[in-house]
Design a protein around this ligand. Structure first.
Ligand code: 8YV
Length: 308
């Protein structure tokens, strides 16, 4: 049986398949018995967990790194490319779940649903109506990162009667307006949604300049990666009212997020729930496993990440 190094936990039904078809090795096993390294042909992991370069360098027989997730910003792709190691992710199977979470937290932010829930539980409704909030309909929404998930979000948002525009590396000649200048998109938007890949290229894409452009009636939504945002600038903007509010599903250093977020009333905070549904995680883990199977069967993964 080929050795597979497993980083992170998977649903029992996928775990059973992994254990039935491969020799599962954990990072602790490898620490205990470094000789196991020679027999490891694959790594299976999750997109929110790092695969250190030093680990990959210890695995001479490694052929594929398969992640349970669409993101691959925590995988050493340059090293993998040099070694001819295939990297495979799980695109498309999570698009709907992430789009739903994005729109759900956006509506929770605009209509202040967490505060309203608490208002009723605290018995305050008896004495006064909950303050009016703001509508999504009629708003201008800017999407940063019009990839597969961005398009799913845009299609769903159209039903809410908003005006859509997007920013990304290229003008994809879509029905929605393309804006090459991110600050200009922020200026023209009431709501800015981040759904671009993580990594060096998008690090701190949103900082003080973009937040200033979004302005005191503007809202930020991040369902991508914490690294896309300069968090110090975001916290300052939220505390000072430079922007109206934010719905954040991802953070720098998550799950140990900056405690300043906890004191804010103009944010909706969720613990990286984008793809966190039973159906979606089962489909992601299954595709991850099928990528490893296909690679060992045919030398090609089903959904390889194309080298840059
Ligand atoms: C994680 C994600 O994979 O797909 C991604 O890139 O960030 C998430 O779906 C998931 O949180 C894994 O645990």
């Amino acid at each position: 049986m080929r050795g597979v190094l497993q980083i992170g936990a998977f649903a029992p039904e996928v775990q059973a398949q992994l254990d039935g078809e491969f020799r599962r090795i954990g990072p602790d096993d490898l620490e205990r018995d470094p000789a196991l390294a020679d027999g490891i042909h694959a790594i299976v992991t999750r997109s929110n967990l790092e695969v250190p370069e030093a680990l990959v360098e210890r695995l001479p027989a490694l052929e594929i790194i398969a992640t349970c997730g669409v993101g691959y910003d925590l995988i050493p792709r340059a090293l993998a490319a040099r070694r001819g190691i295939v990297v495979a992710n799980t695109p498309d199977v999570l698009n709907a779940a992430v789009a739903e979470l994005c729109i759900g937290t956006l509506l929770a932010l605009l209509r202040r649903l967490p505060q309203a829930d608490r208002y009723v539980r605290d018995g305050r409704w008896k004495s006064a109506s909950f303050p009016l909030a703001t509508s999504l309909a009629g708003k201008h929404v800017g999407i940063v990162g019009m990839g597969r998930i961005g398009k799913e979000i845009a299609r769903r948002l159209e039903m809410f009667g908003v005006a859509l525009a997007y920013h990304g590396r290229t003008d994809q000649q879509l029905a929605w307006r393309y804006e090459a200048d991110l600050a200009a998109l922020a200026r023209d938007s009431d709501i800015l949604i981040l759904v671009a890949p993580g990594g060096a290229e998008t690090r701190h894409l949103v900082g003080a300049r973009v937040l200033d452009a979004l302005g005191p009636t503007g809202y930020l939504v991040n369902v991508a990666r914490g690294s896309l945002v300069d968090e110090a600038a975001l916290l300052a903007a939220l505390e000072a009212g430079t922007i109206a509010g934010a719905a954040l599903d991802v953070f720098d250093g998550e799950p140990d997020i900056d405690p300043r977020f906890l004191a804010l009333d103009n944010v909706v905070l969720t613990p990286h729930l984008g793809s966190a549904t039973h159906e979606t995680r089962a489909a992601m883990a299954q595709l991850m496993l099928d990528n490893v199977r296909a690679y060992f069967r045919s030398g090609r993964a089903l959904t390889p990440v194309e080298p840059d």
